[in-house]
Write a protein that binds this ligand. Structure first.
Ligand code: PMP
Length: 443
């Protein structure tokens, strides 16, 4: 009997014993193509020796030194490298152990910044519906996923949720993409004015929406308008690139494609590529300076901030991405993946939408393409698709639609940056079989 507590209490999971490039191997020797990197984590695959060697070297040299007393060489070097390539005026890095911690830190930093700035009334956070920013209580409060929030809602701080930028479901037929994006962004200004122009501390959003919507990029102009609105009202813009950052979308940072830089940026998953748990919050020199010149102390912290071994892994990952120009490779392989997805599924009667960027793609399933009507949630399409694909040797990331019928089941693909075209073909064969087994038979 396993004493490890999985999320689904009654599930029996195979034991993972090895990793080989883009594949995971279980105790029976079965190989699984990691088509979603778990949840967009394993960007370098599972046996990158540059990263494993860096970890071994660091453990031998220095396993841990508490940031209450020391900084460390790998943390300093990684921060320098991130800042060198980061958008806008991002100038300081706060290393944590994962995505939720990065978001939690961002929310608290935004609040403290306004306090130091003499604006204690700025306490409202605005986020978007159908979003996910993590599972700790602050990050969960920010997220707009009704199902995840439901049982914890009495414990969550109040956060306003506006519409996501989700063209497939929300754009009117007679509306241009640009006009739709401006309308979606306008909800932010409306909400700021409703709450009181000087009472909002920050707006948080994911530039390309991962798990909750399934790799949905924004339309052109949306984030530029969001940036303008934030600037007008002194609201900090927090971008959550925990899933879509670190090259995943074919840009080192997803917001690079929008021509917009945030005040605070959260990254994680691809930063450690699964080799070590690491996340980071980057902030501008203005925010850092205000706190440094004020109380001089960010009132937050965790034992494993800036962990040297995690930082050494992150440093090796970022060097691997930059020195091998893997971001360009993501773009090229992304074009291949998109072409093959469209060739196989664009005409499928139950594929309503194929969208994504780089090596980050989603497909949304509908019972009816014309009306975009989702499948009955009771059919459990997403869960069954995950099982069928896994049985076929493919790890992908299916998510159920929302109960209000605004959004159907989808599947997300986020394969390693090193995937070959032949490996992607194999993954799509497995996915196609799973779709035939589950989606076609449900129709
Ligand atoms: N933000 C986003 C956009 C995410 O996708 C996730 C994880 N799926 C998180 C935050 C939370 O990250 P973690 O699971 O590392 O705490």
């Amino acid at each position: 009997m396993s004493h490890v507590f999985p999320r689904h209490c009654h599930s029996t999971q195979p034991v993972a014993v090895g990793g080989d490039g883009c594949f995971l191997i279980d105790a029976d020797g079965k190989r699984y193509f990691d088509g979603s990197g778990g949840a967009a984590v394993s960007c370098l695959g599972h046996s990158n020796t540059r990263v494993t060697e860096a970890i071994k070297t660091q453990v031998d040299q220095l396993a841990f030194a508490h940031t209450g007393f020391f900084t460390s060489e790998p943390a300093e070097e990684l921060a320098d490298l991130l800042i060198k390539h980061a958008p806008g005026d991002l100038d300081r890095v706060y290393f944590v152990s994962g995505g939720s911690e990065a978001v939690e830190s961002a929310i608290k930093l935004a609040r403290q910044y306004h306090l130091e700035n003499g604006e204690p009334q700025r306490r409202h956070l605005i986020a978007r519906r159908q979003s996910y920013h993590g599972n700790t209580l602050g990050a969960l409060a920010a997220g707009g996923n009704a199902w995840r929030r439901a049982q914890f809602s009495p414990l969550l701080t109040e956060v306003s949720h506006i519409a996501p930028c989700y063209e497939y479901a929300e754009r009117a037929e007679d509306e241009t993409l640009f006009d739709y994006g401006q309308r979606a962004a306008q909800e932010l200004e409306d909400e700021i004015l409703r709450l009181g122009a000087d009472s909002v501390m920050a707006f948080i959003a994911e530039p390309v929406v991962g798990a909750t919507l399934g790799a949905v990029p924004p339309v052109e102009g949306y984030y530029q308008r969001i940036r303008e609105i934030c600037d007008t009202y002194g609201v900090l813009l927090i971008l959550d690139e925990v899933m879509c950052g670190m090259g995943r979308t074919g840009h080192l940072f997803a917001c690079d494609a929008e021509g917009v830089a945030p005040d605070i940026l959260c990254i994680a998953k691809g930063l450690g590529a699964g080799y070590q748990p690491i996340g980071a919050m980057l902030c501008t020199g203005e925010i850092y300076g205000r706190i440094a010149d004020g109380t001089g102390f960010f009132q937050h912290g965790h034992t494993y901030l800036g962990h040297p071994v995690a930082a050494a892994a992150g440093l090796a990952v970022v060097r691997e991405i930059l020195e091998n120009d893997l971001v360009a490779q993501v773009r090229a392989r992304g074009v291949y993946l998109e072409t093959q997805l469209r060739r196989r599924f664009a005409q499928h009667p139950h594929v309503g939408n194929i969208r994504g960027r780089g090596l980050f793609w989603g497909m949304e399933f509908v019972a009816d393409r014309d009306s975009k009507r989702p499948f009955d949630p009771g059919l459990g399409i997403a869960g069954r698709l995950k099982k069928a694909a896994f049985a076929n040797g493919l790890i992908c990331y299916p998510m159920p639609g929302t109960r209000d019928g605004r959004h159907g089941d989808h599947v997300m693909l986020a394969p390693p940056f090193i995937s070959s075209e032949a490996e992607l073909d194999g993954a799509l064969d497995s996915l196609e079989h799973a779709i035939v087994d589950v989606v076609d038979s449900a129709a």
